[in-house]
Design a protein. Structure first.
Length: 236
């Protein structure tokens, strides 16, 4: 299905996902795996740039998302990333070689088309991986705010802005404003030898978002991934 620029109604994103276990965890590097998959996507793009089907190339959103979700190492391919990941896996029990060799634990049965866009009803999501919402500039602003109400209002505005950025990066133009409301808490966590501020919690929005897409900083590295909460389900 076409994922070229849309106005208003939902578009469809081609997605493919797998979970992996490193064959040699002591030598495995997740960052090296991301680099290898990014190079594969770049080669695919170069080969198809002159004759690509609609929606194959997304220039601003990462085509490959790699991260840890619970005990699983999860890889999601988006649009051309879905094609690349499908070709790499191709029913193999293992992928890649050397220190990057991994066993394929689960895989989608096929490349699927997931709706993305404004809907008439609201959807509720939870962050299944930490939301790294703050860049350096916003981090300074957040620290200077006094009291929970002012910080909540700041994060509410930031969430809406980042949802608009997500839509723009996927070349989707809403026909009405994206709305959202957040219920998040911040935590200081050690990541890559640095102490950073992350956010966990839930939010509601009129934007339909496929599972395992992310918002905020470092989405390609597994941050800010979301999952829809079924209506009536209890949340913490």
């Amino acid at each position: 299905m076409d994922t070229t620029k849309k106005m208003g109604t939902s578009m469809f994103l081609r997605m493919y996902g797998i979970t992996l276990t490193p064959a040699d965890p002591s030598r495995f590097s997740l960052s090296a795996l991301r680099t290898a998959l990014s190079h594969a996507c770049a080669e695919y793009r170069a080969e198809h740039v002159d004759a690509r089907p609609p929606g194959t190339i997304l220039s601003r959103y990462p085509p490959i998302l790699c991260g840890q979700h619970g005990p699983a190492l999860r890889i999601t391919g988006l649009c051309q990333g879905a094609d690349v990941l499908w070709q790499i896996v191709d029913q193999k029990p293992e992928i890649l070689d050397g220190t990057l060799r991994c066993h394929v634990d689960t895989r989608d049965a096929e490349i699927r088309c997931e709706p993305f866009g404004i809907t008439d009803e609201e959807h509720e999501y939870e962050f299944i991986t930490p939301w790294r919402a703050l860049n350096q500039q916003n981090g300074k602003k957040f620290y200077l705010l006094q009291g929970k109400p002012s910080r909540d209002a700041f994060m509410q505005k930031l969430l809406t802005a980042q949802l608009n950025t997500l839509a723009k990066s996927l070349e989707y133009t809403p026909d009405r404003p994206i709305t959202s409301s957040a219920r998040v808490r911040f935590i200081r966590e050690r990541i890559d030898r640095q102490t950073v501020m992350i956010f966990k919690g839930t939010f509601r929005t009129n934007l339909e978002i496929p599972q395992y897409l992310g918002i905020g900083q470092y989405v390609s590295q597994g941050s800010g991934w979301v999952q829809e909460i079924p209506p009536g389900a209890e949340t913490s």
